[in-house]
Design a protein around this ligand. Structure first.
Ligand code: MRU
Length: 371
């Protein structure tokens, strides 16, 4: 990271705080250090926020979206612009710096667009008023994300088996959102409703979000969890241990194709072969109606060292070719349902996703009272 932010150790509270706006800056739990260290990082500039997104100190589509919004607010708060024209130029640069971090999770671009729309409504305001309003907007987005996850949980819990194994891939939990989680929110809500669920968490090579993060947060909640390496998912299904699969998403195309962590596609194909329902839980902000199908979703290619090294130790011979796409696309035909905060979408997704997105738009128009 350029210009590293302050690191700070805090007492772990029972409520996982993935990210938080504070008077001293935006505070993130450092997800690269979990599960062995609970270290917090404070960003005082928007460039630092861009760095923590790029370096996956914060990750997961909805958390990236809220982080981006807070980054924009932070950049504007730090502005020394003396007039509106200078502030407009700075604003564009702030947004561009944050836009350049990660390409696949559409929530990043959604959040920047929402902050830009808010900024544009403030033409006649003083710079101090603009700064205050953008900070408030990013905090609304934080609170809305938690509420959306809880609503998703209520809808999705009905799809979970009353008992038995549920497989998840990557981390779509509190750590990937402002709180509660999408796929893990569905599992949490099912457990809160009395269902006896045992989670199978794919370790999720190469970044290990499943073994490091999903297992960490489910252990904190006391939800029974078994970590498996990714290549064990098939045999767990064959042995009848998995009753459903639920995962998150980084971008959902208009036709229901789902970009999510690399390996999700493999799990979906395996689930179909074994007759196991495969569900996706994601907020409407992850649905990208402007992208017709999954072939048009940009897939982030990450540093090959994430594959060649584990905990700093080299695992492959020098010079061998390596690939590291961070996401794959699961075709809609494998997706049994998409669980959103506005309800459950089923195939044909072109219609059902459009309907839910429209319902969301109506509820969140400025006249409905959103700030
Ligand atoms: O590379 P990451 O860790 O940001 O990828 C995260 C995922 O793929 C999640 O499953 C997705 O963002 C949904 S999080 C609620």
């Amino acid at each position: 990271m350029n210009d590293p932010p302050n690191d700070e150790k805090r007492n772990a509270s029972s409520m996982i705080q993935t990210l938080e706006w504070t008077p001293g800056g935006v505070v993130f739990i450092d997800q690269t250090k979990l599960p062995t260290e609970e270290v917090f990082v404070t960003c005082t500039t928007h460039q630092q926020v861009a760095d923590v997104i790029r370096n996956m100190v914060v990750r997961g589509a909805p958390a990236i979206g809220v982080a981006a919004a807070m980054g924009v607010a932070l950049g504007v708060k730090n502005s020394k612009a003396g007039n509106r024209a200078d502030l407009n130029r700075e604003f564009d640069q702030i947004c561009e710096d944050i836009r350049q971090t990660r390409p696949t999770a559409v929530n990043l671009f959604w959040a920047i667009r929402r902050m830009t729309e808010k900024f544009q409504t403030l033409q006649s305001c003083s710079i101090a008023e603009i700064q205050r309003t953008l900070i408030e907007e990013s905090q609304h987005m934080h609170a809305e994300d938690i509420a959306a996850n809880q609503a998703m949980g209520r809808h999705g819990a009905t799809l979970m088996p009353s008992s038995g194994g549920v497989l998840t891939h990557c981390n779509a939990g509190a750590l990937a959102t402002a709180g509660y989680g999408t796929a893990l929110g569905v599992i949490r809500a099912a457990v809160e409703a009395g269902k006896k669920i045992h989670v199978y968490a794919d370790e999720t090579r190469p970044f290990l979000q499943g073994s490091r993060l999903t297992a960490w947060e489910l252990m904190k909640d006391g939800i029974p969890t078994t970590v498996i390496s990714d290549n064990m998912a098939g045999v767990m299904m064959q042995q009848g241990k998995i009753g459903a699969v639920v995962v998150g998403a980084d971008r959902i195309a208009a036709n229901g194709d789902v970009a999510n962590k690399i390996g999700t596609y493999t799990v979906a194909v395996l689930a179909k072969e074994h007759g196991i329902p495969f569900y996706v839980a994601a907020p409407i902000s992850t649905v990208d109606l402007a992208t017709a199908d999954g072939s048009r979703i940009p897939i982030e290619q990450r540093n090959k060292k994430e594959v060649t090294h584990i905990a700093g130790k080299q695992m492959v011979p020098d010079g061998v070719e390596v690939e590291n796409p961070a996401f794959d696309v699961t075709p809609a035909k494998y997706v049994g349902a998409i669980i959103t905060e506005r309800g459950i979408a089923r195939s044909p997704y072109v219609e059902s996703l459009k309907r839910l997105a429209e319902a969301e738009r109506k509820l969140t128009q400025p006249s409905s009272g959103r700030h």
